[in-house]
Design a binder for this molecule. Structure first.
Ligand code: KIV
Ligand code: ZN
Length: 391
């Protein structure tokens, strides 16, 4: 486990199977969800949001089955602010050693007017009723102000106060449409925590969408503003442009956590396995340049970078690929590679060439690399063997 003081420990809430599965085409089978839950638990994820039990029988069964097998993480289900949703969710999480009901309602003017078609006062009443109902089932209730970042501040204070009074233990202020800037989002947490009575008794949570590519930056800013839970998904999957990526948040808090004074309990070594598994079951490829888990995240092709890496890996890597289960640094042989990396590659392939032979082989390698996108080990072997055979 990453060692961080309790004050700096950020709770990792994974929503790969709920918000992540809501991304079009990302559905997962029952057995795949169970397997993923085991991986997340082994990683040290604190809360697993396993689904939206009222959405379908399949979701209900998955949340229930995960509640039966997971013992270390809290298992959570989502519910709208409606009695039937909350009761169904409670039934699904009942077998869990630690179960959470996560209930939500929109608080922004645009959502209340067009989506809910409810007056603000009626929304406040629904918050009290839904959180109280959830609390009758379990002590662990999370309440979310959907579209919090586009909510009028004074109304948000009243909504959060109503949720706390009704017994919510975690208050989530989602950036539902990925609209916020980091500083603005941090200030939202600072303001709510400072202004709402009872705020010091609950955990605040950040839930960020990536519509402007700011989900991870906003989540880290929220932590700086007082949030102590971050809601994430493996590979950043989720509605539209996705949620904050679990692997990026965990590593940002690992690599820079000491400076920030925060960390998580997630073991990074399992990150690549989780990423590959989610990619395989959803069929969503991981982009090559994706931070932490992309194929190129620890690959170097330019001669200058390869030379630096061969002298000291800290020149161009801020974390070790082995630490996130990525295998080893990959010095890719291509047209940008330099002589130093080429010599090391030959050594690794079992060749020790004299200076002249090395120079000649290097020229031939550069010629080949200019013509070919990928120069494989076999290409280099063929090229050197040919040069050696010709004397
Ligand atoms: O993005 C969002 O607001 C949500 C809530 C249900 C928490 O996913
Ligand atoms: Zn969401």
């Amino acid at each position: 486990m990453t060692s961080v003081s309790d004050a700096g420990r950020v709770i990792v809430f994974d929503t790969t199977m709920r918000d992540g599965e809501q991304s079009p085409g990302a559905s997962m089978s029952h057995d795949e969800k169970l397997e993923l839950a085991k991986i997340l638990e082994e990683m040290g994820v604190d809360v697993i949001e396993a689904g939206f039990p009222i959405a379908s029988n399949g979701d209900f069964e998955a949340v229930r089955a995960i509640s039966q097998i997971v013992t270390e993480s809290t298992v959570c289900g989502l519910a709208r602010a409606a009695a039937a949703d909350i009761d169904r969710c409670a039934e699904a999480i009942r077998p869990a050693k630690r179960g959470r009901i996560h209930t939500f309602i929109s608080t922004s003017p645009v959502h209340m007017k067009w989506k809910l078609q409810m007056e603000p006062e009626a929304v406040l009443e629904a918050i009290t009723a839904s959180v109280s109902r959830a609390r009758n089932h379990t002590d662990d209730v999370e309440w979310s102000a959907e579209d919090a970042t586009r909510t009028e501040r004074e109304f948000l204070y009243r909504a959060v106060e109503a949720a706390i009074r009704a017994g919510a233990r975690t208050i989530n202020l989602p950036d539902t449409v990925g609209y916020s800037y980091p500083e603005e989002y941090a200030n939202l947490f600072r303001d709510v925590i400072a202004k709402v009575p009872g705020a010091d008794e609950v955990i605040f949570s950040a839930h960020c969408h990536n519509d402007l590519g700011l989900a991870v930056a906003n989540s880290i800013a929220a932590v700086q503003g007082g949030a102590r839970q971050v809601e994430v998904a493996v590979n950043g999957i989720g509605e539209r442009a996705g949620n904050a990526a679990l692997e990026e948040i965990v590593m940002a808090l690992k690599v820079r956590g000491e400076d920030l004074g925060f960390g998580t309990g997630v073991e990074p070594i399992h990150i690549t396995r989780a990423s590959r598994y989610v990619s395989a079951i959803t069929g969503f490829p991981v982009q090559f340049n994706k931070a932490i888990v992309g194929k190129n995240a620890f690959a170097h092709e330019s001669g200058i970078h390869q030379d630096g890496m061969l002298k000291n890996a800290e020149t161009y890597e801020i974390m070790k690929p082995e630490d996130v289960g990525q295998g080893a640094t990959n010095l890719v042989m291509g047209k940008h590679s330099g002589r130093h990396a080429f010599r090391e590659k030959l050594k690794a392939l079992g060749y020790e060439l004299g200076q002249n032979a090395l120079n000649e082989a290097f020229v031939r390698f550069k010629d080949l690399a200019d013509k070919k996108k990928h120069v494989f080990d076999d290409d280099i072997i063929a090229l050197v063997d040919d040069a050696l055979a010709r004397g």
